[in-house]
Design a protein around this ligand. Structure first.
Ligand code: HAM
Length: 430
């Protein structure tokens, strides 16, 4: 039978060697978010297609080109989530969480699926660490969210990240703005790509998502949304900037950020990695005050961001940031004969209960290959149990890097305290 061993294009395996860092990064993100009051949620990977069509917008690239949509066995159209916000809001509304104390602050790590052209840092299955805040339209909420993202990036030790913010106003501001850019793009329609000619008819703002060089050039000279903000939106944006400056958060206002999802209003922002080549967005987010109503819910101002886990880890790797947690066992308990195995597994279990990473042979190997294996997995200490050790109740622990040895009692309690003292105080104590 032909082996099926190739994974789907744009999707990755997370393997030992990388998975340790991944888990620590995720834990660090969750810990930092907890300090900011965020509570963990998990929503299904599959939702009704309509949820995404209505939220990310049926003219967005995501909805028109990138969604993994299929009919389930009951003939319902369902979609693998392309992002985390729509599902989070759906869960809030469906479970009535918005009826409890507001603001409601939620975090998640979700796999997301977009049928994009895979390249470095862009996958078809990727993971987002996301934060969402529900219930506040106050600009301090925007500032606090951005500060939370900044703290996470800081705590991970990542450098060369810059923050860009913008306001895309409310629907009233955008009505006027849309008219202005429609005129601008219409005046150079012949230079727009075919997709953008379609966008011009349906939603001119989506032309800013285009990667075509000629369209990008036309975008450069287009009117900017900041010139079309109403008084309230301008005030909101000014307050956000004042709060950020007050917290010494560095940012630049980039009036070209419009974001590729239709649900945004007012604040939008991106954290970008400047690695000398093309800048890469590691975190993107903003306000979506109107989305709850679009989904049939009550008025519920909201905002949030998604951080690309793969991109964060890619940057950490390129900046040589690693976490100290060792993946090597503290001790390998080798067995010289069959009689020693029950004692070996007993001691290893006791060590594990004391939070020590310990291993013994479960392959039925002879002593020599066991020692080779212990060396390969870089066990810090090795102890060999044979007839003599079992009879005398005493064995030797050897530190592999120095060759130093220490006698320990095989009595379970004494053994654990002896071993823990070895770890903390070194061999000098005996
Ligand atoms: P987004 O900008 O589409 O926003 O994605 C957020 C982050 O996910 C990006 O900054 C990037 O790091 C990562 N990302 C996006 N696409 C890919 C991909 N194909 N491969 C790898 N990483 C990727 C959202 O999804 C919004 N839901 C964010 C949000 C939350 N807005 C409000 N709340």
């Amino acid at each position: 039978m032909r082996l099926i061993t190739n994974r789907i294009r744009g999707m990755q395996d997370l393997l030992p060697g990388n998975s340790e860092n991944w888990r620590i990064v995720e834990k660090t993100m969750c810990e930092e978010a907890s300090l900011h009051g965020f509570k963990f949620i998990r929503t299904p990977a599959v939702e009704h297609t309509e949820l995404f069509e209505r939220s990310v917008g049926d003219t967005s690239d995501i909805a028109t080109k990138e969604m993994y949509t299929f009919d389930d066995k009951g003939g319902r159209s369902v979609t693998l989530r392309p992002e985390g916000t729509a599902g989070a809001l759906r869960a809030v509304l469906e479970n009535g969480l918005h009826n409890s104390a507001l603001p409601l602050k939620l975090m998640y790590t979700s796999s997301c699926y977009r049928y994009e052209k895979p390249q470095s840092g862009r996958y078809r299955e990727f993971f987002q660490f996301g934060l969402e805040v529900f219930g506040s339209d106050f600009p301090l909420a925007d500032a606090e969210l951005i500060i939370a993202a900044e703290s996470i990036i800081d705590r991970l030790g990542i450098k060369d990240i810059s923050l860009e913010i913008n306001s895309i106003g409310c629907s009233e501001c955008r009505k006027k703005y849309n008219e202005a850019i429609k005129n601008h793009f219409a005046s150079c329609e012949s230079e727009l790509c075919e997709t953008c000619c379609g966008r011009l008819k349906r939603n001119s703002m989506r032309i800013f998502d285009c990667k075509n060089e000629s369209c990008k050039k036309i975008c450069e000279t287009s009117p900017v949304i900041l010139d079309f903000l109403c008084d309230d939106c301008q005030k909101h944006f000014n307050s956000l900037q004042a709060y950020l400056s007050g917290e010494n958060i560095e940012f630049t206002v980039n009036p070209k950020i419009v974001r590729g999802l239709d649900y945004y209003c007012r604040t939008v922002f991106e954290f970008v990695w400047n690695n000398g080549n093309a800048p890469i967005a590691v975190c993107g987010g903003g306000r979506y005050d109107g989305l709850s109503e679009i989904l049939g819910g009550p008025h519920l101002p909201a905002l949030g961001f998604g951080m690309g886990m793969e991109r964060i880890l890619m940057i950490m790797e390129s900046q040589n940031i690693t976490f100290g947690e060792s993946t090597c066992p503290q001790i390998f308990v080798a067995t010289a004969d069959e009689n020693a195995r029950p004692t070996a597994i007993k001691l290893v279990s006791a060590l594990r209960k004391s939070s020590v990473y310990a291993e013994t042979d479960i392959m039925g190997k002879n002593l020599k290959p066991q020692m080779k294996y212990a060396d390969k997995i870089k066990a810090r200490y090795v102890m060999v149990l044979g007839d003599d050790e079992i009879k005398s109740g005493i064995a030797k622990i050897k530190e592999m890097s120095t060759g130093k040895e220490m006698e320990v009692s095989l009595d379970e309690k004494n053994f654990i305290s002896d071993f823990l003292s070895v770890q903390f105080d070194g061999f000098a104590i005996k």
